[in-house]
Structures are given as structure tokens and as C-alpha cells.
Design a protein around this ligand. Structure first.
Ligand code: ARG
Length: 460
């Protein structure tokens, strides 16, 4: 094949130079090299076990692939564009190293089931790394939350001050999102972890192979049960990318908040200098580049999800070369997410909280108005009436330019005769927090308990 520069004797002229570059994937799929070698070793072991190749062939293949693995790790392996992809590059080198045994490796196999296997092995490995990184980020969140169960900030809806919450409670919302993100990856992993090998080109193979043995050697949970499906679908990669897009989306929302909180107009937090940059023209600037880039890179990962869905949607069964285009979006998703999670955990560890600014903001937006309404309801006033009475009290406070807690008792009583001097307990920020004392509420003891549960979850 390679000697004549054509694919095989069937072809009368070599592939055009431009076409060669257009169709080659080795520049990016060489990332799969070590997984390709692992897959080949398992395949060869099965071929020998089933008597399809000789024991001597197996040991030659093992020796050759061992050497190739060393070359790949050392960076001395010579990749050739002429050999199109990672699979042909490795096979050619193997044949150069061990002769005929190398040529026997591809018995009962096709690049179609080979590449599907490699991508699954790559992705399984990536998922395991990513789950660890999510947990590290969650642990950084807990370290910060632990110090702030009593730090009060305004909680927002519509970006308007709504009700007081603790900073820890706010952080724990992201802990929960990340917990579901890790669960989703864990779940997707089961569908990634199935063996395509044995499907060969599309219909299976006539050799007496043992697919279960290969699955076991490679740590797959099961074999793909239909050969056409095994070589052609990339739903597992799409599903992973959807999980990744959700993780990025969560971190993008968090980033948006960090950017807002760090703005001098808000001033709730400061992000460590090592995550920020200055301006080339405005000397006073300190810009939150990292969260801004996380927000930006979320668009990129969402784009990869759409790319993969679109790649798949028009493909008839079984394998089509379109699928070669699955790799760059997938690899970039893994790499972008890996870097983002890594940098995020470190950035959370470097956040400086400014409790005074948070408190001042919580005091400014009538954040305890709901507490006053609830107070009236507990004294027998129907909720809708209580709501209206408090609305009038807020209007009054607004006109006076003060907080609800600053209105004298006699003045408050104009809005409802049920108001007594115990009202000031519920109008305080601390009272408001403490009263939301149920699982999922912002009361400091509840958030502390949530943090304890979260620690146990992370340790499990
Ligand atoms: N480089 C190819 C890919 O990534 C490998 C499979 C090629 N199979 C084929 N029939 N041309 O999908």
C-alpha cells in the first residue's frame, strides 16, 4: 500500500496531495495513540487465545507495540501524514519492527471498530479525570462556604434585592449543580464503557473471535450488541459533550456573578491578582479575565455540542467518514473543561470576601419585607392583606429614605394594628436568616449541616 503511494492495487493513481491533507486525521487523532495500542494489545491477545494467530505472533506484536508505546511517550515516534491516521501509522511502524506478525494484527478488525474503541477508551479516561476535578472544585467551595454561614448578603431575583441569604448558602447552590454534573458524567460513563471491537467494518467478522474476552481485558462493562450501531453511532460522545456544556454553563453563571461581585459598584469580593490582568491604557484597571474567559469558552463548548449533533444527524448506517470529525470537538471539549475546572478550584481558593459590603447591600433593598408579611400572617392576617400592608410600609420607608427596621413602632402600626415591638426581631437580617430553618433553607445551622453532608458525600 504505502510503497506504491496508492491505497491498494485497486487504485490506478495516488491520492491527490490536497486530498491527502484533507482526509488525514493524524495531526489530531494521534492523541489516541496510547489507547489505540491498548486496544490492539487486547485484540491480539484475544486472537491468540482463540487460535486465530500464533503465540509467537502475539509475543512479536506485544514486543513491537511496547516499543512503539515508548516512542510515543518519549515523543520520538515519527508521524506521517501519508499514513492518514493514528491507526495506520502505528500499524505500519509495528510491521517495520516485527514483520508479518504486525500484518496479522488487523485480522478480524477494521479501523471502524478500532477507532470507536479508541475514542471510548479515551473518553472513559477523561471522564474519570474530570470527575476528580469537579470534586476538587467542590471541595474548594466547601472550604470557602464553611467560613461564611453567617456572612449575610442580599439574595436576588431579577437581579433586584429579594431576601437576605448567607454567602455560604449562595456558594452551596453551585455545589449542588456540580454534584448533579458529576452524577451525569458518572451515568454517561456506563454508555461510553461498551466495546465496539468485533463489529469489524460493519457486519461482524467470520473469525471465531471472543468479544467478551476483549471487553474484559479493556475493562468495558459490556459489548455493543449490534455491529452496525457499534461502528457508527457517536451518541456517547454527544452525551458527554452535553454534560460538559452543562458544567460550563453552570460555571459561566458563576463567572457572571464573580464578575458582578468584583465590580467596584458592587464590591462583594476580590479575586486574587493572579487571575486578573490590567489594562494597557487604563492604569487603575484590574479585570476579571479568568471568569470572563470561562463565560466565553462556554460558547465554544456549547458549539462543540451542536457540531457533534449536526455531524450525526444525516448519517445513514453504518460508518461514514463524517465521523472522523468527531475528534476535534470532543478533544477540545475535554481540554477546555479540564483547564476550566482546574483553574476554577484555584480561583475559588483565592477569593477575598468583603462581608461589610454584602451586609450594606442587604440592608438597602428592603430584603426583610417578606419577613414582615410572614410576621403578620402568623398574627392571623391573611397573606394577601399582609402583602399589601407591607407594600405600603415599603413605600413609606422609601419616601423617608430609610430601612423598614428604622421605622418607629407607632409609624409601623399605621399599616397594621397587629404589629407589636417584637417585629424588630424579624426585620433584622439575622432574624430573617435564622427563621428559614428547614432543609434547603438559608438558616446558618441548616447551611452548616448541608456543608457537613457535602463533606461526607465528597469523602465517599
Ligand atoms: N480516521 C478514521 C476516523 O477517525 C478511522 C476510521 C476510518 N475508516 C474508514 N472506513 N475510512 O473515523
Amino acid at each position: 500500500m504505502q510503497d506504491k503511494d496508492t491505497w491498494s492495487g485497486r487504485f490506478s493513481e495516488p491520492v491527490a496531495e490536497l486530498v491527502k491533507r484533507y482526509t488525514a486525521s493524524v495531526d489530531f487523532d494521534r492523541k489516541l495513540a496510547l489507547f489505540d495500542i491498548r486496544g490492539s494489545l487486547a485484540h491480539a491477545q484475544m486472537l491468540a487465545h482463540c487460535g486465530i494467530i500464533a503465540a509467537q505472533d502475539l509475543s512479536d506484536i506485544q514486543r513491537g507495540l511496547g516499543q512503539i508505546e515508548g516512542e510515543v511517550i518519549a515523543g520520538t515516534f515519527e508521524w506521517s501524514l501519508d499514513l492518514e491516521d493514528v491507526h495506520l501509522n502505528i500499524e505500519k511502524r509495528l510491521t517495520t519492527l516485527v514483520g508479518d506478525a504486525g500484518k496479522r494484527l488487523h485480522t478480524g478488525r477494521s479501523r471502524n471498530d478500532q477507532v470507536a474503541t479508541d475514542v471510548r477508551l479515551y473518553l472513559r479516561n477523561a471522564i474519570d479525570d474530570l470527575v476528580h476535578l469537579i470534586k476538587a472544585l467542590q471541595s474548594a467551595l466547601l472550604d470557602l462556604a464553611e467560613q461564611h454561614t453567617q456572612t449575610i448578603m442580599p439574595g436576588f431575583t431579577h437581579l433586584q434585592v429579594a431576601q437576605p441569604i448567607s454567602f455560604a448558602h449562595h456558594l452551596m447552590a453551585y455545589f449542588e449543580m456540580l454534584k448533579r454534573d458529576a452524577e451525569r458524567l458518572h451515568d454517561a460513563r456506563h454508555r461510553v464503557n461498551r466495546l465496539p471491537l468485533g463489529a469489524a467494518a460493519l457486519a461482524g467478522t467470520s473469525y471465531p473471535i471472543n468479544r467478551e474476552l476483549v471487553a474484559e481485558l479493556l475493562g468495558f462493562e459490556a459489548v455493543c450488541e449490534n455491529s452496525l450501531d457499534a461502528v457508527s453511532d457517536r451518541d456517547f460522545a454527544i452525551e458527554f459533550t452535553a454534560c460538559a456544556a452543562l458544567i460550563m454553563t453552570h460555571l459561566s453563571r458563576f463567572s457572571e456573578e464573580l464578575i458582578l461581585w468584583m465590580s467596584p459598584r458592587v464590591g462583594f469580593i476580590d479575586i486574587a491578582d493572579r487571575f486578573c490582568t490590567g489594562s494597557s491604557i487604563m492604569p487603575q484597571k484590574k479585570n476579571p479575565d479568568v471568569p470572563e474567559l470561562v463565560r466565553g469558552k462556554t460558547g465554544r463548548v456549547n458549539g462543540h455540542l451542536v457540531a457533534l449533533l449536526t455531524l450525526m444527524k444525516g448519517q445513514p448506517l453504518a460508518y461514514n467518514k463524517d465521523n472522523q470529525e468527531d475528534k476535534e470537538p470532543l478533544f477540545d471539549t475535554v481540554e477546555t473543561l479540564t483547564m476550566t475546572l482546574r483553574i476554577y478550584a484555584d480561583m475559588i481558593g483565592g477569593i477575598k470576601v468583603k462581608p461589610d459590603a454584602m451586609r450594606t447591600a442587604a440592608l438597602q433593598g428592603y430584603a426583610t419585607a417578606t419577613d414582615l408579611a410572614d410576621y403578620l400572617v402568623k398574627k392571623g392576617v391573611p397573606f394577601r392583606d399582609a402583602h399589601e400592608a407591607v407594600a405600603l410600609a415599603v413605600k413609606f420607608a422609601e419616601q423617608k429614605g430609610c430601612d423598614l427596621a428604622d421605622i418607629a413602632l407607632a409609624e409601623l402600626q399605621q399599616f397594621s394594628a397587629h404589629i407589636a415591638d417584637d417585629v424588630y426581631q424579624v426585620l433584622s437580617l439575622e432574624g430573617s436568616l435564622a427563621s428559614r430553618n428547614h432543609i434547603g433553607g438559608t438558616a446558618p445551622n441548616q447551611v452548616a449541616a448541608a456543608i457537613t453532608r457535602a463533606r461526607i458525600y465528597l469523602a465517599s
